[in-house]
Design a protein around this ligand. Structure first.
Ligand SMILES: C[S@@+](CC[C@H](N)C(=O)[O-])C[C@H]1O[C@@H](n2cnc3c(N)ncnc32)[C@H](O)[C@@H]1O
Length: 199
């Protein structure tokens, strides 16, 4: 049973803003902050969102890319909301092929991953699972991004942190790490941003 403190924690200012703006989740404000800093998304962009449920990142992307853009979302659980204009693939990121995600698009301009493992409470296990999801998201991004494209991936800080940051640094012109205000301070999640995929 959730306590009053849990509920207060969940129903914070970001939760209320998201509810009023009809976004599916408060996590939209993490992507919004990253977008306002780095301007990764623009009109007509082709965006792949890995771990897209319940759909707030796709809803936000839809507003930015407009009718000329393309949105593809993947999640292992079907979405409860319809995101107009988005193609949703239901499946596990560890099993899906790049071809299924690409569909009839030549490439993506932006690949996002907000995937998180089901936390076990065992820190080392959660860190290893987060690293595996992030590594897979990065592999897919490298297979599917157009030259000059961008990557955003959620990663828990842990033993694989420096190795994975090094991979992003090697493949993109710039690498930055963001901890948006909407990301809870107690959470070890961070967002690793790769800007400008090298040819
Ligand atoms: C924090 S939520 C994403 C929230 C989303 N960015 C939004 O704003 O609506 C993380 C999602 O990652 C998905 N996920 C976790 N592991 C996955 C996997 N192996 N394959 C596909 N999706 C996965 C979960 O099902 C969950 O819906």
């Amino acid at each position: 049973m959730s306590t009053l403190r849990d509920r207060r924690h969940r129903h914070d200012r970001f939760f209320e803003r998201a509810r009023r703006a009809d976004f599916a989740a408060r996590s939209v404000y993490k992507l919004e902050e990253i977008q306002e800093r780095h301007r990764l998304l623009g009109p007509r962009a082709r965006v792949l969102d890995l771990g897209c449920r319940p759909g707030s990142w796709l809803e936000y992307c839809a507003r930015l890319v407009g009718p000329g853009g393309a949105l593809v979302g993947l999640d292992r659980t079907p979405l409860d909301r319809v995101i107009p204009g988005a193609r949703i693939v239901v499946g596990d990121v560890l099993e899906v092929t790049p071809e299924v995600l690409r569909g009839d698009l030549a490439a993506f301009d932006v690949v996002l991953s907000d995937m998180a493992p089901d936390t076990s409470g065992i820190r080392s296990l959660d860190q290893a699972r987060s690293a595996a999801l992030f590594g897979r998201a990065l592999d897919l991004a490298l297979a599917l991004l157009a030259s000059g494209g961008h990557f955003v991936g959620k990663l828990f800080q842990g033993p694989d942190w420096q190795r994975l940051l090094g991979r992003v640094r090697a493949e993109f012109d710039r690498m930055v790490v963001e901890k948006p205000a909407a990301s809870r301070k107690a959470s070890i999640e961070q967002y690793v941003v790769g800007i400008g995929r090298r040819p």
